[in-house]
Design a protein around this ligand. Structure first.
Ligand SMILES: [Zn+2]
Length: 436
């Protein structure tokens, strides 16, 4: 029996994406980008660091030397080969077929991708949105060029993390490069924001810093930001607890003059201040929970959903709309428990449609049965247009499967199943972000 196409004709809002963040990348480049864990685990840490540095700089001479001395290229190719059976790899290839046309060999697909990539920076992504019936995509990027990227379709979400780590040197003794990479990204945005407010460095007094931070967030919201995001699970535990102004100031002003101090009171205070701004201005807040990229550096336990309970219990934030990202894998049931407890907390399952096939269906069934109809949000979490179409297609397939199975098991009637499909794909995000 074929599965009824319940989601057919329903437009989807992509609740979490990184469209516009990366430039054109080939399928091979995307696969290699996510295959570094195998290399990291088979060479000395210094060799790995040198490899990543050379790769990022496009330094082919150093890369060739590393291959001669340490077999880095051979290990990378092994890593890609081992990952070829992941659903990620399958989804990437399926995305190419869906986007560039079926039944083509790899060479003609690659040629078409290059040709489209050359037309304009947004051309391929625009085509992906068309193919996937995605009228609106919420993009988590530092800045969005609104001349190139249609501002009606691409709506910006901004991270607050750059404001939370002033005076951080971004160094770590952890394995891999994830921690450093995230801190470097945060620091770059902070530098650019300080510059926009005629500052070279974070000011010496906490008062002046707060004035800068408020003005900077406000300016970006006026320029089109429609929601805030916390990505800090990549660099610290997400147990943001209330901190006093005095403790935060003491911490900030010690760090400002190069003294050692506990950073947490300052970080927690800054997170809560940004969250309060969001709550007061009806801006939703996305929070990364669950695992990160396939490379060491992020501690997975730092992204466990229950760490958020202290933050979620702050009374003045009771009306802040909080969306927890990525289905919280591997804490997907923990996340649902939070979402069913707090009326202002929502569950986004971006990323999952191109990482999990079977598990997504299991979890969608679990979530749809326990959660109210207004709680689930579809998202792609893709930076590559090929993944956008793959995620959209697999999410629709999974919803079709799970909803018709639920009808057969007499959990929902056909009308309810239709309603759930519209809520998950479009209406929930439209309501939370007040999109027309
Ligand atoms: Zn993401």
């Amino acid at each position: 029996m074929t599965t009824p196409d319940i989601t057919s004709g329903i437009a989807a809002i992509d609740h979490h994406s990184h469209a516009s963040m990366a430039g054109f990348r080939t399928v091979e480049q995307i696969e290699r980008h996510f295959s570094t864990a195998h290399l990291e685990a088979n060479v000395a840490p210094e060799v790995y660091d040198a490899f990543i540095l050379a790769r990022n700089r496009g330094d082919t001479l150093t890369l060739a030397q590393l291959e001669t001395d340490h077999g880095t290229e051979r290990l990378m190719q092994q890593g890609v080969a081992f990952r070829s059976t992941t659903f990620f790899s399958r989804a990437l290839r399926q995305g190419c077929q869906l986007l560039y046309g079926p039944h083509q060999d790899q060479d003609s697909l690659a040629q078409k991708a290059r040709e489209w990539g050359g037309r304009s920076p947004s051309y391929t992504y625009d085509q992906a949105l068309k193919a996937a019936n995605t009228p609106i995509v919420l993009v988590d990027v530092p800045y969005l060029d609104r001349e190139t990227w249609n501002p009606a379709q691409y709506r910006q979400i901004m991270r607050i993390d750059p404001y939370v780590y002033p005076f951080h040197n971004g160094k770590a003794t952890l394995r891999g490069t994830e921690f450093q990479r995230f801190h470097a990204g945060f620091a770059a945005v902070l530098r650019s924001e300080l510059k926009s407010h005629a500052l070279d460095d974070p000011p010496l007094t906490f008062d002046a810093y707060l004035q800068f931070m408020d003005a900077s967030i406000q300016r970006r919201v006026q320029n089109g930001v429609i929601g805030l995001k916390i990505a800090s699970a990549y660099v610290r535990p997400i147990d943001f607890r209330p901190a006093s102004f005095d403790d935060a100031r003491a911490s900030y002003e010690a760090l400002a003059v190069g003294k050692d101090a506990d950073r947490r009171p300052m970080e927690n205070f800054l997170v809560q201040r940004a969250a309060q701004y969001a709550a007061d201005n009806a801006l939703p807040m996305q929070i990364h929970v669950g695992m990160g990229h396939p490379e060491p550096g992020m501690l997975i336990a730092n992204g466990a959903p229950f760490l958020l309970e202290t933050f979620l219990n702050i009374r003045s934030l009771s009306r802040l709309k909080v969306t927890l990202l990525h289905g919280g894998y591997p804490f997907s049931s923990d996340m649902a428990a939070l979402v069913q407890t707090y009326g202002n907390v929502y569950l986004d399952f971006s990323w999952m449609p191109y990482l999990h096939h079977y598990y997504l269906r299991q979890k969608l069934t679990e979530w749809l049965e326990i959660l109210p109809a207004n709680k689930l949000l579809y998202g792609s979490d893709s930076g590559a247009p090929e993944f956008h179409v793959a995620a959209a297609s697999y999410a629709r397939e999974a919803l079709n499967h799970v909803l018709s199975d639920g009808i057969q098991r007499k959990v929902w009637d056909a009308r309810q199943a239709q309603w759930l499909a519209r809520r998950v794909l479009f209406e929930n995000a439209a309501e939370i972000y007040r999109l027309d």
